[in-house]
Write a protein that binds this ligand. Sequence first.
Ligand code: LER
Ligand code: MN
Length: 276
Amino acid sequence: MSKENQGAMRSAITISLVPEARGGPFVFWDDLGAGIERAARLGFDAVEIFPPNPEFIDHSKAADLVAQAGLAVAAVGTGAGWVVHRWSLVADSPSERQHAIDFVKHMIDAAATLRAPAIIGSMQGRSLPELGRDGTRGRLRDSLEILDTHASQHGGQLLYEPLNRYETDLCNTLDIGLRLIDGLISTRLLADWFHMNIEEADLSAAIRRAGTAIGHVHFADSNRSAVGMGHQNPEPLIQALRDVGYSGYLSAEVFPLPDSETAAQTTIASFRRWLP
Ligand code: LER
Ligand code: MN
């Protein structure tokens, strides 16, 4: 693994277009064009989009909007499959599981038109009593293999995200995530600092172990507010990311507290402070 910094890390900020996700950790809401415009004005490099469905990407002319603003798309979330439809990649019902897989496949394709990866977070589901944790992990791995193959064949990319224990019991740490995606071609890990702050014994050590498997970072403080509003010291985490050669996005998936504009301003100020 290269120890050199192969490129600069870039800043991104989240925009949710999913009314059912109201109250969730997204900075800008409801209006893609307005969110992109505010991100550009504050000097972000990219936006991370949380769409209600894959068709939204085309219908909203997302590619044109980001191009006009001079921004990139850092990633596209698939969580609406769970939040809106309650579909999961480990669902016991084969038809529900197929809906989940198809939803993510279409999101991979839509994200690929923006040259962005699709994120699997809440779509991973939780252990089923009848399968147990290991059995359910096996089913999750089967779904990930199908999606990884789809991504590889369609020029897409996938990000798999370990979550904290209150959201899943399948994968809470980067180490478990590493094992789950082992051998996959187009899938990398999403290191969310909020989840990591709850689950990892040592965040920097976890980043170093995951190394080049890290494909995306959710840039959040200990309390899931903008970095700078909690008690997490970003310095050793940034150093660990530099040491493993990470050159992807630090994307603010945080609560819009005290309001969207302040969360966005605090995020970009922290980004510039820690990555001068
Ligand atoms: C999604 O990126 C995430 O972090 C989860 O907590 C779902 O909200
Ligand atoms: Mn996250």
